[in-house]
Design a protein around this ligand. Structure first.
Ligand code: 4NP
Length: 159
């Protein structure tokens, strides 16, 4: 079997509300998991809202990622845009509100599949990744656990 260079690497966008907590953690966990597996993927994250555009991740998210050995400090928030629906194969929303808002922006001719992040994790379909923004630091540990399960499922499906 020869390697088919026409097979595009998977392009996956992680989506939440502000793009400073859940989706940058998901992007960081996925970057680490794909790199560890030696699988190339185009990974990015975005928010449905525009309040934090250009900002680095929340300091609590950066600290949690660092505790798990992943540096997400170079990520900058951006807002979901219609072209994302053709540029990515898969858009993974953190919660039902993100999913609903993304559906409203989905343009005619969109090719990306739109799902909840935890739909990929056995036994957790339909669940949301809880928003840790207004909680204490412990919420970010739970977020990391959720998004690393998503990252592991993505790698397992891509291998
Ligand atoms: P995220 O968390 O959607 O996981 O990035 C939030 C970040 C900011 C806000 C809400 C949630 N905010 O209201 O500014």
């Amino acid at each position: 079997m020869h390697e088919d260079s026409n097979v595009r690497k998977p392009a996956i966008l992680f989506l939440c509300l502000g793009n400073i907590c859940r989706s940058p953690l998901a992007e960081g966990a996925a970057r680490a998991a794909f790199a560890a597996a030696g699988i190339e993927a185009a990974l990015d994250s975005a928010g449905t809202g525009d309040w934090h555009v250009g900002h680095p991740p929340d300091r609590r998210a950066m600290a949690e990622a660092r505790r798990r050995g992943v540096d997400i400090s170079d990520l900058r928030a951006r807002q979901l845009r219609p072209s994302d629906f053709v540029d990515f194969d898969l858009i993974l929303a953190a919660d039902d509100t993100n999913l609903h808002d993304a559906r409203a922006l989905r343009p005619a001719g969109a090719t990306a599949e739109l799902r909840l992040m935890l739909d990929l994790v056995p036994g957790r379909a339909g669940e949301s990744v809880a928003d840790p923004y207004y909680g204490d630091d412990g919420g970010f540990a739970a977020t990391w656990d959720d998004v690393s399960a998503v990252a592991a499922a993505l790698v397992a499906a891509s291998g």
